[in-house]
Design a protein around this ligand. Sequence first.
Ligand code: PHE
Length: 342
Amino acid sequence: MSLQDFLSSLDSLVADASRAFEACSDADTLEEARVQYLGQKSGALRDIQKQMGGIDPADRKTAGMQLNQSKTAIQDAFNEAKSRLGQNEDGGIDSTFDPSLPGHHPVLGHVHPITQTIEHLMEIMGRMGFEAAEGPEVEDPWHNFVALNIPEDHPARDPLDNFYLATAGKGSVPGEEGSQLLRSQTSTVQIRVMEDKQPPIRVISLGRVYRPDAPDATHFPMFHQMEGLLVDRNVTMANLKTVLRVFAENYLGTDVEIRFRPSFFPFTEPSVEVDFYWNGNWVEFGGAGMVDPNVFEAVGYDPDEYSGFAFGLGVERLCMRRHGITDIRDLYSGDLRFLKQF
Ligand code: PHE
């Protein structure tokens, strides 16, 4: 082949390849064109390169230089088409991708309404000097019953009213020493706090309790209580009522009223049911009373020296009233259409 022919076929190859790359409208056709012109095995450039052997040795240098220039020109044309189609040198990035756009908003979760309520209650009670205390959800009969003055034969200890755990071996008889249960009330934390330190005491405990109730609009086998305990010298029922009134006014609104109805709890004497007047109705929110001397004795406090009050309010009930929720099951359904409203 003459040098002249060689050079002119290179020229037309550069022209053909550039046109072909320019005409490509997507990555696939561009790749096809690349193989056709620049392919290592049987690309058109490669074919022409093979002709070099037939050129007069005196002309080979010129031919080689021109070949390299043509190769660069075709490569440039390819790179241009590639970036026009939105692929960077590494390939693969779509031309429609604009990293400066805001993009999709990830769906963020948020705090569950009961947790929000717990935080709010802690904040209100904290302002009155009540510190948060905690106790385990798996309890022993001492903390759930015995120290709270609930005797062996008390109906509250009935296996049908409690979630006893299947513990093996000795002491596995439900309700007896050595057995374990999911606490049925946060009053357990009263005992744990008093076993731990000396008066004065001013704590609240917010947490889960468990009772084998069939779920309906107002019952659920797991719910939350806010337990309060204040122990000092000369504590009175008036102190109890004031604390609960200030609490209710802060949580439910200044127009709320409070009412005590006589009741009975083994761990308080006297005992009351606590009602708040709310939106035209008296609603029961929990129980309260003055700490029973037997409870003080169980934890080693001198009942002649110390007095105190305790209360236990239903957290779900407070949350439901405040937010107009009518079915407790909604709180634990996991239904985002419900939960997203809070
Ligand atoms: N523990 C009682 C209940 O679960 C409530 C309560 C707490 C009553 C503290 C009096 C004092 O019903």
